[in-house]
Ligand binder design. Structure first.
Ligand SMILES: [Zn+2]
Length: 265
């Protein structure tokens, strides 16, 4: 499921393919993922527009299409982009397609209907309206700000990391990875974590995001010491040789190693 590193990878893909191209025709599935606009309205808005620049915030990608409009893409659980020339090469479950001025196409695919495509006037208003916290890569988030945003939360550290209003962009996979690296059990209550542990989590977030963006969010390319390539119950922990378990934490599934990940001090 696309999280910050995945959407950053989609952004770079978009930038290296469709950016600065003009849309000859846009087509979206009327029963698909459009939010607040009909398929006909969507086509009318995008036809003839140029993809002028992109911006990512958390798991959202925004594309400036001029005249005060932005195209917002959210990838839900299974969304991705594909750039192709021959219409026969379009991806499965394509929910929207843009024919570009250079004869190529950009497709937005999503097997499940959890993603979203929307035309909005302003990304900053969108971010505020959806109560999204700072993007850890795109903002200068300091440790003090991170600590202040997270410290008064009740509940598990796993849920806090996934809470988009604290920081935007982390989901199931990368919250587990961040905690795995620093040996903290995902069930740990935020209030049990001291300053030192929060600081280790903060640094781990940047290590994990930096490395996984560099590896284009492809788990096969992640270091073998990472949890993500071993994300299945019963797998051997690459850190300590323990056994990876799947549990439910705050209603979400979490993978962790009970042998080296401990509840806070
Ligand atoms: Zn372990």
């Amino acid at each position: 499921m696309p999280e910050l590193p995945d959407v950053e990878t989609f952004k770079r893909y978009f930038d290296s393919t469709a950016l600065h191209k003009k849309v000859r025709s846009a087509k979206a599935d009327p029963d698909g993922v459009l939010e607040g606009i009909t398929a006909a309205g969507f086509a009318r808005k995008l036809n003839g527009r140029t993809f002028r620049k992109t911006r990512r915030h958390g798991k959202h990608l925004f594309v400036d299409i001029g005249k005060g409009d932005w195209f917002m893409l959210h990838f839900g659980m299974t969304g991705y982009l594909k750039y192709y020339k021959d219409p026969d090469d379009s991806a499965e479950y394509q929910k929207a397609r843009f024919e570009l001025s250079n004869g190529y196409h950009l497709g937005y695919s999503n097997r499940r209907k959890l993603g979203k495509l929307q035309i909005i006037p302003d990304p900053d208003d969108f971010i505020a309206d959806h109560d999204l916290g700072p993007d850890p890569i795109e903002s200068d988030l300091s440790f003090a700000q991170f600590r202040d945003r997270i410290a008064d939360r009740r509940g598990s550290i796993k849920a806090a990391l996934m809470n988009q209003s604290i920081v935007a962009g982390l989901g199931n996979v990368y919250s587990d990875e961040i905690l795995f690296r620093v040996g903290i059990d995902p069930h740990t209550k935020v209030e049990k974590l001291g300053e030192k542990e929060l600081h280790r989590i903060f640094r781990s977030m940047y290590t994990v995001l930096g490395k996984t963006i560099e590896k284009q969010a492809d788990p096969e390319e992640f270091p073998r010491s990472y949890l993500t390539p071993h994300r299945e119950p019963g797998a051997t922990c690459p850190k300590c040789g323990g056994t990876i378990e799947k549990v439910t934490v705050s209603g979400r599934s979490a993978y962790y190693c009970p042998d080296h990940q401990r509840r806070g001090t």
